[in-house]
Design a protein around this ligand. Structure first.
Ligand SMILES: NC(=O)c1ccc[n+]([C@@H]2O[C@H](COP(=O)([O-])OP(=O)(O)OC[C@H]3O[C@@H](n4cnc5c(N)ncnc54)[C@H](O)[C@@H]3O)[C@@H](O)[C@H]2O)c1
Length: 257
């Protein structure tokens, strides 16, 4: 296998959840640039259509599906429609997510708690359930679960988010073992601070400048800097890597012994 072959996603079909903007859009565009036909998914139709148009504008293949990732039946139907259009999914990036509560425990309602787990954990679980039988049949597959450094370190104002992101790491490790006999790899991307709508909504560029002080690299990442790692985890370059949590964080979290 040459380096170029290992990197190429030519002939593969990728599904990126929550790819109507932010990091998800970047992952979708990068996978398309490397040759994958991409099922673009989001709860927001306009954003998803825009991502589809961007990919097609650069000569790539894209099909848009719209569903709430937490609605298992709607999601399964949308994935079936995407597979009918482009073919069975070889690559799944479980990226769709919502921001942390940014409150203490007193303000967390049962509905909020439920939604956090429904979007991140139930969403990723059942999107994966929908595509794994096809991956097993073809004896190949790449799954990336997007966690967060907060799922590894915790954060004082985001307990439900931290718990849901930690659960994604648990799924990653369990599935890595469960699916390995079919040559399906499962890894987790754990982003540090990234400039997207999600972080800009917390207080614009002032928030980002202030929080950059806590990052040894002195800045937030651009979304594409996460996409490069997703591209690696979705390609043949990472065929012997499974069950791992790859943290891309500008030095903010360095685990020592
Ligand atoms: N931005 C950061 O600093 C950061 C850091 C660590 C982890 N993350 C994680 O990375 C992922 C992407 O985050 P982002 O910063 O690009 O956020 P973003 O808000 O810009 O994008 C998230 C996308 O997911 C979609 N989405 C949300 N809920 C959905 C649902 N129920 N069904 C379908 N789609 C839904 C949104 O519409 C949006 O397009 C998330 O899982 C997030 O938790 C982000």
């Amino acid at each position: 296998m040459t380096a170029d072959n290992a990197r190429s996603l030519q002939g593969r079909v990728a599904l990126v959840t929550g790819s109507g903007r932010g990091m998800g859009r970047c992952h979708a565009e990068l996978l398309a640039e490397r040759g994958a036909a991409v099922i673009v998914h989001d709860i927001m139709p306009e954003g998803a259509e825009e991502t589809g148009t961007l990919i097609r504008g650069k000569g790539g293949k894209a099909h848009v599906i719209v569903a709430d990732v937490a609605d298992t039946a709607a999601m399964a139907e949308a994935i079936r429609a995407g597979e009918k259009a482009l073919g069975p999914v070889d690559v799944l990036v479980n990226n769709a997510g919502i921001g942390a509560e940014r409150t203490g425990i007193e303000e967390v309602t049962p509905d909020w708690f439920q939604r956090m787990f429904d979007v991140h954990v139930k969403g990723a679980f059942f999107a994966t359930q929908a595509v794994v039988p096809g991956m097993k049949a073809r004896k190949r597959g790449k799954i990336v679960n997007v966690s967060s450094i907060w799922g590894q370190t915790g954060h004082e104002y985001g307990a439900t988010y931290c718990a849901a992101k930690a659960a994604l790491i648990g799924l990653t490790k369990a599935w890595a073992k469960e699916f390995a006999p079919w040559s399906i790899t499962v890894n987790s991307l754990s982003p540090g601070a990234v400039i997207t709508e999600l972080t800009l909504r917390k207080g614009g560029m002032d928030y980002i400048r202030e929080k950059s002080k806590a990052v040894p690299a002195g800045r937030f990442a651009e979304a594409v800097e996460m996409a490069y790692t997703v591209g690696f985890l979705c390609s043949g370059e990472s065929d012997f890597m499974t069950g791992q949590v790859i943290s891309v964080n500008g030095g903010q979290v360095i685990v020592g012994i």
